[in-house]
Design a protein around this ligand. Structure first.
Ligand code: HEC
Length: 118
C-alpha cells in the first residue's frame, strides 16, 4: 500500500519533470528559430575581419592570441552557452559584443558559425 510520503514524493517528481520539459521546449525552439542568413550578415560585417570569411581564423593578426579557427573541432565541441558567453564577453584580442549585438543576433551569428565547414 503506498504511504502518504511515497505519494507526495511521486507527486513532486512528476512536478519536477513537468517543469523540466516546459523549460527545455522553448530553448529548443529558440535555437531552431535562429536565422542563419541574418547570422551570415552579422558575421561578414563584424567577425570576418579577424576570423576570416570562412571562419578559419585567417583575418587580421594582432600581437597576442590569434583569432580562433571557428571550424576546428575544439570550437565545434563547445556548447552554445559557452560560445555565446565568449561572443558576449570577448577575449584577449576579441572585443565584447554584448552592447553591440542583440541576443537574437548573437544566436544568429552562432547558428551561422555552426554551419561553417572545416
Ligand atoms: C579583433 C578581432 C576579432 C573580432 C572582430 C572577432 N573576434 Fe572572435 N576571437 C578573436 C580572437 C583573437 C579569439 C581567440 C582568443 C583566445 O584564444 O583567447 C576569438 C575567439 C572567438 C570565439 C571562441 C572560439 C572558441 O573555440 O572558444 C568565438 C565563438 C568567436 N571568437 C566569435 C566571434 C564572433 C561571432 C565575432 C563577431 C560578432 C567575432 N568573434 C569577432 C578575435 C576577434
Amino acid at each position: 500500500m503506498p504511504t502518504l510520503a511515497g505519494t507526495v514524493c511521486m507527486g513532486l517528481i512528476t512536478i519536477v519533470m513537468g517543469v523540466q520539459v516546459s523549460i527545455a521546449a522553448p530553448n529548443e525552439l529558440e535555437s531552431k528559430r535562429a536565422d542563419v542568413a541574418k547570422g551570415e550578415k552579422v558575421f561578414v560585417r563584424h567577425c570576418a575581419g579577424c576570423h576570416g570569411s570562412e571562419g578559419k581564423g585567417d583575418g587580421y593578426l594582432l600581437l597576442g592570441p590569434e583569432p580562433a579557427n571557428l571550424t576546428r573541432p575544439t570550437t565545434k565541441k563547445r556548447s552554445d552557452t559557452m560560445l555565446l558567453q565568449t561572443i558576449h564577453e570577448g577575449k584577449p584580442n576579441m572585443p565584447s559584443w554584448k552592447t553591440r549585438l542583440s541576443e537574437g543576433d548573437s544566436r544568429n551569428v552562432l547558428a551561422y558559425i555552426r554551419t561553417l565547414k572545416k
